[in-house]
Design a protein around this ligand. Structure first.
Ligand SMILES: *Cc1c(COP(=O)(O)O)cnc(C)c1O
Length: 361
């Protein structure tokens, strides 16, 4: 028997076991082609059918209308930090961003190469421990941009900001895509590196409202235009075939367990189990995020001393729980509870933390 651990890494991250098993089962012979999907032409019929199915599952699970295109791109979410302003810029209009952490800052930095950027709200004053309230975007903006879930700090938007009419909202959904039901019509662009809540590293899911595809300046390199990829159904060049395939399996699995409403319910339960331990620890475990901004996906907390934090991570390892060391910007610990993390895994971690506290408090 292969030994599997409870993987709390922030990304690349845990995947559903049935997805890995299915990939294993099909590894040497993908749908009776006598080849692995890795060996299959991206122009072949079996690949094409799989590719279309992946995009269709995104549409279905998210409730996307025909007004949107689904793209599978390379270069990570980090490439979208420049592709968003490059593709959405409008001469003379500012681009407006909310700064909720390191990933927002990186997005802002890239936007500045293309024109004026207004940072309309920020939570930097408290080390990004909250999502700003009453965010106000101007009605002259080319577009607005937010980071939906802040992987490093463990904060998440639970209400979407109001956007003036006709201004597209772009959202970096890298660490929360499909974690809860959303109304896609609120967004002009949604993008996510797959390696957190969707699939493996190597592919970025980008969803764009079709009317926004024509904004891109003509003198833009072909590969940098969303439009290029939209016109060829993300098969303009050789895409990340294997990564798309694993995403497809993971979307299929999500559908089989009841889709986004079901996983949202489970995610809320998981988060409650863990946040309850923090809240009932009498201050031994201190959550980094303010309560109303708490992420369903990344739970960040500190212990009374760095020594205890290290001991806790080491002790957890002995119980087959890995990836709990916090990001250096926050310190302490971080447990990522992505869609593929089981309730059982979270309960095990919660029990472990209670016992650890009893031993060390
Ligand atoms: C991890 C992460 C990124 C970076 O993704 P890459 O695919 O590594 O470029 C961007 N935004 C958020 C919110 C992330 O969590």
């Amino acid at each position: 028997m292969t030994k599997r651990v409870y993987n709390f890494y922030a990304g690349p991250a845990t995947l559903p076991l049935p997805v890995l098993k299915k990939a294993q089962e099909e590894l040497l012979d993908f749908q009776e082609t006598g080849m692995s999907l890795m060996e299959l032409s991206h122009r072949s019929k079996p690949y094409d059918a799989m590719h279309k199915e992946a995009s269709q599952l995104v549409r279905e699970l998210m409730g996307l209308s025909d007004e949107y295109v689904v793209l599978w791109l390379q270069g990570g979410a980090s490439s979208q930090f420049y592709m968003v302003p490059l593709n959405l810029q409008l001469k003379g209009k500012p681009m407006e961003y909310v700064n909720t952490g390191v990933w927002s800052k990186k997005a802002i930095k890239e936007a500045k190469f293309y024109g004026d950027v207004n940072v309309v709200a920020s939570s930097e004053d408290k080390n990004f421990s909250y999502i700003p309230k009453d965010i106000c975007f101007g009605d002259k903006a080319a577009f607005a941009h937010i980071t939906g879930n802040n992987t490093i700090y463990g904060t998440e938007f639970h209400q979407w900001p109001k956007i003036p009419n006709d201004i597209p909202l772009a959202c970096d959904m890298s660490s929360h895509i499909f974690d809860k039901v959303i109304d896609p019509k609120l967004f002009g662009v949604m993008y996510a590196g797959a390696q957190k809540n969707l699939g493996p590293a190597g592919v970025t899911l980008v969803i764009v409202r079709k009317d926004l595809l024509d904004r891109v300046p003509e003198l833009t390199p072909t590969m940098q235009k969303w439009k290029t990829h939209a016109e060829k159904d993300s098969l303009f060049n050789t895409g990340p075939c294997w990564a798309v395939y694993i995403c497809k399996l993971s979307l299929e699995y999500l559908k089989s367990i009841g889709g986004v409403p079901a996983i949202e319910k489970l995610n809320r339960k998981k988060a409650t189990v863990l946040y309850d331990v923090l809240d009932k620890s009498g201050g031994f475990y201190k959550g980094h995020a303010e309560k109303e901004s708490r992420s369903l996906m990344n739970v960040t907390f500190t212990l009374p001393t760095p020594e205890l934090e290290e001991a806790c991570v080491v002790e957890a390892l002995k119980h087959d729980m890995v990836g709990l060391k916090g990001h250096r910007s926050v310190g302490g610990m971080r447990a990522s509870l992505y869609n593929a993390m089981s309730l059982e895994g979270v309960q095990k971690l919660a029990e472990f933390l209670k016992v650890f506290q009893e031993k060390h408090a």
